[in-house]
Design a protein around this ligand. Sequence first.
Ligand code: NAD
Length: 350
Amino acid sequence: MTELRVGFVGCGLIARHHAANLAADPRAEIVAVTDLDRSRAERFSADVAPSGAAAVLDDAESVIRASDAVYVCTWTSAHPEVVVAAAGAGLAVFCEKPLATSLAESEAMTEAVERAGVTNQVGLILRRSPAFRLLHHELRRPGTGPVMNLVFRDDQYLPTQGMYGSTWRADAARAGGGTLLEHSIHDLDLIEWLLGPIAEVSARLGSVHGIEGIDDQATVTLVAESGAQAALVSVWHDVLSRPSQRRVEVFASNAHLSLEGDWSGPVRFDRSTTFEPDPAATGELAGAELAAEAAAIDGLVDDPDRAFVTAVLDGGRASPSFRVALRAHELADAAYRSTADGGRVVDVRT
Ligand SMILES: NC(=O)c1ccc[n+]([C@@H]2O[C@H](COP(=O)([O-])OP(=O)(O)OC[C@H]3O[C@@H](n4cnc5c(N)ncnc54)[C@H](O)[C@@H]3O)[C@@H](O)[C@H]2O)c1
């Protein structure tokens, strides 16, 4: 039986991912959708609700009136207005990342959902990735020793092409920035989650494609309060065989861990205390085995949409929340300020 009426504002690529997850959850029904491009909303409605249950409406206000919870899946610059309206109407809100094109707007949105006391969740979906959850756990395993260095490489082809096919990602007014804000906000969030509170950020960003306001290369150094250091390299290139791909390598004093594949691994670890790799101290997990291990560790549900519906129906907190995303925005903002000032170190202690 349907318990939650869900509305969608923005019916593009990411909306379809969420809709596919919701379709598998009998507790939720998509009842109203809107998009600036009405034909897109109509195709979306026909695909996600063939019974005709998802009304195609004229604007976000109409969707908000028809729903208990709203997914904000517009391009980034349109998120704030919809989020503030939905929170003001008392709806639970799932907003895609980045929250907004600026830190100030991200703060205002976070205050709006918290003031309204509505369940709020952000599309920092890699917090639910079995691979990253296992890596997080392995870094805290006794015998690992203090984390020393983390190398995080994230690359994808310029997402105005291929499956993304979006003109807005080459428009700074709508995207807010390029590879660092639009894409690697995920990575900034993950790095602090993995290493603990970040104290300092410095960065050099560049643009080989020369699209105004859209960085396509970023090198960010982050130093944690623990003393651990991280290097984030984020690139938007034109190698069309490479959609979003991440590789993470972590050196702790007594362990080497690596992750390839955002979601399903493999995650590898080596805690050998001998010059030859010790089979008892090395290992690799991937796929279903990795997912089972991650679930056994933290009991989290992989599916961010199922988790959101549960949080709304239980009247509880959703995760990751706007507050979590706001911190990632603070780190991104520090990186942009650093590069504008020649790579100056920016203090981001809270
Ligand atoms: N969590 C993730 O991993 C992930 C992945 C992809 C995209 N995203 C984020 O999701 C958002 C959307 O990205 P996308 O790839 O789906 O883009 P998209 O271009 O495929 O779809 C965006 C849609 O929003 C519509 N839109 C814009 N402003 C609107 C408004 N005011 N009212 C109604 N509709 C409006 C556009 O017409 C378009 O159809 C972006 O913020 C992006 O950063 C997140």
